[in-house]
Ligand binder design. Structure first.
Ligand code: TYD
Ligand code: MG
Length: 477
């Protein structure tokens, strides 16, 4: 018989250690290891029970249980389901369905899959999921919305206000305010929903597990149970998870490998726009993003990105707008920089929404190839509105923002910048330039600074090709 093991699991990265240590050896977080017991026999029994409970007319779970008779190997030809041929349940909220995966009209949640959606408190996760639950219910799906943080009345009145309680949604959407997983499972069995939303997973607990809600043990066990239910019953499960201050899901790796898709809901609470992006997706691409605007009546889809702050950027020193590509869509993002007096040898470099290594590299390139003295200047750089920019194609815009801030010169009005910067100060071509130029021109940025050799001509767009950073800096007037 398998032995019960004591393990110490890191709350931050989910790695398991055999003994307690003050600092997690994998992610370096202090005081994050939490003791937990791992009993293989107990876990197997629970999963067997859950799988059987959700499979009508089956006492044995050999077909489902990984612990049953050994699974037979199947040839690839018999496993017909490609991501395109999967059955999907669209919510009708196009921007959410786009991120969930699929093609054309055939987008949405895959039955039997588990999606985890993370975001900072107050960003609008409950609002998004209540609207999605309402939309699914209005299309005839039975939905159970479990709220572990609010009362059923609160959810009900919010659903009214969001217009999520219209038509068929009134009879298909069930709200349950509970935190006990055993009772939640019991209710799900009675109601038989096609979709189950749990808002949030951190507050849910299993009564037979001796650990507090939100602890590593509880999170792992509750999530694993919900995954078993989803896989054995075909119920689509959406879990909400709060992220910690530093932008990590509490126990991220821990839940990330258990679920099929991890979506992150991002934005700046001081701006109206919100972005949903897939961090992991077993049933689709992770390149697509969904754009929303938070309004007084809930989230509104904003497919053309017109609500993004860059659409209204005014030219000033230290600012440059870049068309950034994300999946099949292009967004205009404003990058800003500020330089201030610092100390030689101890100058600060702070980046927000931008890769700090990229920022350090661009500062070095400016020092070396444009003779800007930044060694004793503090440099702050950020992308406006909390949009994360990871593409090298945004290098040149960031570089011109830093140079502009230092030289107190700005770009002309309605100018956008795109290009990758090399260590030799050369500007390299970027993928999908014509799409970026078209999108910028459509949103009123007719002048574009682009890498040399663009060989494209787009009506209504005026291109200035630059070979190196010196030529680009000349555009700062
Ligand atoms: P909520 O969905 O509760 O956030 P989360 O579940 O991520 O913690 O939304 C919180 C904020 O959204 C709240 O501060 C107010 C704002 N909001 C609106 O602006 N309009 C609305 O219609 C709703 C429901 C919320
Ligand atoms: Mg909430």
């Amino acid at each position: 018989m398998a032995k019960v093991r004591r393990v110490f699991v890191c709350r931050s990265c989910g790695s398991a250690q055999s003994r307690w240590q003050g600092k997690c050896p994998d992610c370096g977080t202090w005081d994050s290891l939490e003791e937990t017991t791992f009993d293989p026999a107990l876990e197997k029994d629970t999963h067997k029970g859950l799988a059987a409970a959700f499979t009508p007319g089956s006492d044995s779970d050999d077909a489902h249980s990984p612990a049953g008779s050994p699974a037979a190997a199947v040839s690839l030809g018999d496993l017909a389901s490609s991501p395109e041929s999967l059955q999907r349940v669209p919510s009708g909220i196009g921007e959410l369905d786009r991120v969930l995966g699929g093609q054309g009209d055939h987008r949405g949640l895959v039955p039997g899959s588990v999606v985890l959606i993370g975001g900072e408190p107050g960003i609008g996760k409950s609002t998004l999921l209540l609207q999605a639950a309402g939309a699914w219910a209005a299309r005839g799906q039975r939905v159970m919305y479990v709220t572990s943080e609010e009362s059923a009345q609160q959810v009900g009145s919010r659903a009214q206000r969001l217009g999520a309680a219209a038509g068929d949604a009134t009879k298909n959407l069930f709200v349950l305010a509970d935190t006990n997983l055993a009772r939640i499972v019991e209710q799900a069995r009675k109601i038989g929903p096609a979709l189950l939303v749990v808002d949030s997973i951190q507050m849910v607990y299993k009564p037979d597990v001796p650990a507090s809600p939100g602890s590593v043990t509880q999170l792992r066990r509750c999530c694993a149970d919900l995954v078993t239910i989803a896989k054995s019953s075909g119920i689509g499960v959406v879990l909400v998870g709060h992220v910690t201050k530093d932008g990590q899901l509490a126990g991220p790796r821990l839940l990330e490998h258990l679920v099929d898709a991890v979506l992150s809901f991002e934005g700046d609470r001081h701006h109206a726009h919100r972005i949903v992006r897939a961090v992991k997706n077993r049933f689709g691409t992770t390149l697509e993003i969904g754009l929303f605007e938070m309004t007084g009546a809930g989230l509104r889809e904003s497919p053309d990105g017109a609500g993004l702050p860059a659409a209204q950027a005014t030219p000033r020193p230290g600012s440059a707008v870049c068309p950034v590509l994300s999946g099949s869509r292009c967004m205009l993002v404003e990058l800003q920089a500020l330089t201030a007096t610092g100390f030689l040898g101890a100058a600060k470099r702070k980046a927000s929404g931008i890769d700090p290594n990229r920022l350090a590299m661009l500062i070095a390139v400016l020092e070396q190839h444009a003779q800007l003295r930044l060694a004793d200047r503090d440099v702050f750089a950020s992308s406006v509105g909390g949009v994360r920019v990871v593409e090298p194609a945004a290098d040149l815009a960031l570089l011109l923002a830093i140079a502009g801030a230092h030289l107190r010169r700005s770009l002309q009005a309605r100018t956008a910048v795109v290009g990758e910067v090399g260590l030799g100060g050369e500007i390299r071509p970027v993928p999908a330039l014509d799409q970026r130029v078209r999108e910028a021109a459509r949103l009123g940025y007719q002048r574009l600074i682009v890498p040399k050799g663009a060989r494209i001509s787009i009506p209504g767009a005026e291109l200035a090709e630059v070979k190196n950073i010196d030529a680009a800096i000349e555009h700062l007037g």
